[in-house]
Design a protein. Structure first.
Length: 243
């Protein structure tokens, strides 16, 4: 076996595992603030073994991850995009130690909607999660302008037609507090444009507050503040496309 089998250049490793540009990485190395296994790195193209060699920048470890999986508790006012000229994006909320190239929100929430956004650089998993054929459920909590009647449960379950004649797949409507029919849980397995708001409108009310609280088998961490991000556990990642 070749002695460098499985090894890659240091500058490539840092580029893949951080959000720094190649020029920034070269400047770090020139300034002698990059270490490999405790020794100062002096060459951009020195070979390292990802997951084996310990790499740091300015004393901060750059840990190897094949992919990153993040849970964001999105606040209202931010947009689910990788770039936006007018508004703050969900990617701008990610702390520096979790940033890396290629991250994107897998699925969208409206600008004024709060809650669980799944952010990753794993395109294969995101594709499976978003594919309509996999019917990955998303659970929303909504507060409405007018209470919905008991008959709305069947309306949602039947697969209603919303404005413009667009047919929706069957959805589940429940009342977490039966005494307050202005507060509802809605479970969807698709993601049409403004779907929750359009379905509620078709049922005779309007959404005044909306939050996504579950994707697949993973519920938004109740200890995660609005605007905060954390890495997801391995078990959570496995459950993102399962119930």
């Amino acid at each position: 076996m070749h002695p460098n089998s499985g090894k890659i250049r240091l500058d490539r490793y840092l580029s893949e595992q951080t959000s720094y540009s190649r020029n920034e990485i070269k400047e770090f190395i020139k300034r002698r603030v990059v270490t490999v296994n405790g020794e100062t790195a002096r060459l951009f193209d020195m070979k390292i073994a990802p997951g084996t060699d310990a790499v740091s920048i300015e004393g901060n470890a750059v840990e190897y991850r094949e992919h990153v999986y993040l849970m964001l508790n999105k606040p209202a006012g931010t947009v689910c995009a990788t770039r936006d000229e007018l508004s703050e994006t969900v990617l701008q909320l990610i702390p520096e130690n979790l940033r890396r190239k290629g991250l994107f929100p897998a699925g969208r929430l409206d600008k004024d909607t709060e809650g669980f956004v799944f952010i990753t650089d794993d395109g294969d998993l995101a594709h499976r999660m978003l594919s309509p054929k996999n019917h990955v459920e998303k659970l929303y909590y909504a507060e409405l302008s007018e209470p919905l009647s008991e008959s709305a449960i069947e309306l949602f379950a039947s697969g209603m037609t919303v404005d413009g004649g667009e047919k929706c797949l069957p959805a589940k409507l429940t009342f977490p507090d039966p005494s307050d029919r202005k507060k509802v849980h809605i479970t969807l397995c698709e993601g049409k444009f403004h779907q929750v708001k359009r379905m509620v409108h078709a049922a005779g009310s309007e959404v005044v507050y909306l939050r996504r609280i579950r994707i697949g088998g993973v519920t938004l961490d109740e200890n995660l503040p609005l605007g905060a991000v954390r890495e997801m556990l391995h078990k959570e990642v496995e459950n993102i496309i399962a119930l």
